[in-house]
Write a protein that binds this ligand. Structure first.
Ligand code: IMP
Ligand code: MG
Length: 183
């Protein structure tokens, strides 16, 4: 791990290289599954910035991109009440939608977003997440494409944050509990 981060992170969970390889594979799968379709990608802000940028440059399908802003006003590592900070602009009626998020944790975020999208009558909605923490699921929501299944540890980097920090790290690291546990 870069010396710079040793005081804040316990380990590198996924290296830049490993993430890049997996994202390429996911993109190939998506290219195959949506062949011949005109795709609408809906990405959830802000955690998907890096994942989305890397994923879409490997997609060879015609597609349009839109964003939904979701913010959980919880403090620390537990998600609180969800607030939409940016609404969808594109018309998705009759369209193939790929919903992209950074991590599927309890499932509350995706459940709420899917409930918002379904009444708009897309042809189908597939869900793609970079990470999944199976152990913490409380909602019955599943992802069609999952980059990595990870243990129940708080991770940062590659778009994921703690209090809006660490999003710019090119790898995924485990945050030291001392950083988020207030004494
Ligand atoms: P869910 O609604 O509980 O499924 O949580 C999804 C959201 O919680 C993600 O979009 C992240 O913003 C956040 N989240 C969950 N686990 C982590 C983590 O380990 N690191 C950073 N953010 C996380
Ligand atoms: Mg997030």
């Amino acid at each position: 791990m870069p010396v710079r981060w040793r005081r804040e992170l316990t380990e590198v969970l996924l290296t830049e290289e490993r993430i890049a390889r997996r994202v390429k594979t996911l993109a190939r799968q998506i290219n195959r599954d949506f062949t011949g379709r005109d795709l609408v990608i809906i990405s959830l802000l802000n955690g998907t910035v890096m994942f989305l940028a890397d994923l879409i440059r490997h997609l060879s399908l015609p597609l349009r991109l839109d964003f939904i802003g979701v913010s959980s006003y919880g403090s620390g590592t537990e998600s609180g009440a969800l607030v939409f900070t940016k609404e969808l602009r594109l018309d998705v009626r009759g369209r193939d939608v790929l919903l992209v998020d950074d991590i599927l944790d309890t499932g509350k975020t995706l459940t709420k977003v899917l409930a918002k999208l379904r009444p708009l009558r897309p042809r189908r909605i597939k869900v793609c997440v970079l990470l999944e923490k199976k152990a913490r699921r409380t909602e019955s929501v599943r992802a069609d494409y999952v980059g990595f299944e990870i243990p129940d540890k708080f991770v940062v980097g590659y778009g994921l944050d703690f209090a809006e920090r660490y999003r710019h790290l090119p790898f995924l690291g485990v945050l030291r509990p001392e950083v988020y546990e207030v004494p």
